[in-house]
Design a protein around this ligand. Structure first.
Ligand code: AHR
Length: 325
């Protein structure tokens, strides 16, 4: 049927229908692989690499899938081109991890007209017609930001806060909603103000660069709210070079998003005050939705992945060593 047609001989113990039916009673039989076109937005962070790995580990041939991965390197044009190539190839389903929220109407209408179902993963798209996709599975980015703001409020009640806000790539859901939570927090506290809002594009290199530049002008802040771990790692290098203390007993409290093992280790070591989890291991949840879809079941339009907060008190070395990313 498709360019990717291939034959699998399935033994009786192997699930029929792409791993979706698991009664173990399938006779030896020929079937096609279910082809998933996966448009990943980039590889800017440890989170993103773990997210790509989760998809690759989930959608394996022995479960009846062929996964076609296209990395857009943070360029929306590349992503749109990848989605169009999936249409031409006639994939069975598209998983889109969109870089930006806006700008998807045209190409998603093309996918819709081609009759290919779409699952949006990680961030969201803002389109005029939500029936252009089956489901959006990902993080509650506003919830993450709100939890961070509540924590900060509890920890610093009454203190004057000067907050340096390191933002992710503008126009991405992760940036828009984490920023919204903090901006609302600042607006509702007379004793909170921004020392600065600067964009580090979710990368360690940019985090280091903009933090270094910022510190040349201003070192008068006592909170760093950094919208991902990689920017935090870069910022910490710049703080070290500038001789500014942070973490337990330091001048600057650090809040970071993702909770990768390296960030949790910094938290355990007293260098970071709060890790807000953003779980990249979304492949299995996407697969469940695909199975539901293929079995003709109703699919929830929005699925949030469960996520936690970590301070030093919540951590043990075992928890950190158990983190795979
Ligand atoms: O969309 C998820 C965010 O994007 C993660 O916080 C960040 O690390 C990634 O680049």
């Amino acid at each position: 049927m498709k360019r990717f047609f291939s034959i699998l001989l399935l033994a009786a113990s192997v699930a029929l229908f792409g791993g979706c039916i698991r009664d173990g009673s399938a006779p030896e039989e020929e079937t096609e692989l279910f082809v998933v076109g996966f448009s990943q937005s980039g590889s800017e962070s440890d989170w993103r690499l773990a997210n790509t790995d989760s998809m690759i580990e989930t959608f394996t041939e022995d479960k009846g899938y062929e996964l076609v991965v296209e990395n857009a390197m943070q360029q929306q044009d590349n992503q749109i081109a990848a989605v169009r190539s999936f249409i031409l190839e006639g994939v069975d389903l598209i998983v889109l991890a969109p870089a930006m929220e806006e700008g998807w109407d045209t190409v998603l209408n093309e996918v819709y007209d081609a009759g290919i179902p779409v699952i949006i993963m990680d961030r969201s798209v803002n389109v005029g017609n939500n029936s252009l996709y089956l489901s959006n599975v990902g993080s509650d980015f506003l919830g993450q930001g709100n939890k961070a703001v509540e924590w900060l409020d509890e920890q610093t009640a009454g203190e004057e806060l000067k907050i340096l806000h390191l933002q992710g790539t503008y126009g991405t859901t992760a940036q828009l909603l984490r920023s919204q939570a903090l901006e609302d927090g600042v607006a509702s506290h007379d004793n909170w103000e921004f020392a600065g809002q600067i964009c580090g594009d979710f990368t360690e290199a940019k985090g280091y660069e903009i933090m270094t530049e910022f510190l040349e002008e201003n070192t008068d802040f006592n909170v760093l709210y950094s919208e991902n771990d990689n920017m935090t790692f870069g910022a910490i290098r710049a703080l070290d070079e500038a001789g500014i203390t942070y973490g337990e007993g330091g001048q600057v409290k650090i809040i970071t998003f993702d909770a990768t093992s390296a960030a949790l280790q910094l938290c355990f070591d007293g260098k970071v005050d709060l890790c807000v989890e953003c779980n990249p291991l979304q492949g299995p949840r996407v697969e469940e939705l695909i199975c539901q879809y293929r079995n003709g079941e109703d699919i929830p339009k929005q699925v949030y992945i469960e996520e936690a907060l970590f301070t030093k008190d919540d951590l043990t070395q075992e928890i950190i060593d158990g983190r795979t990313y």
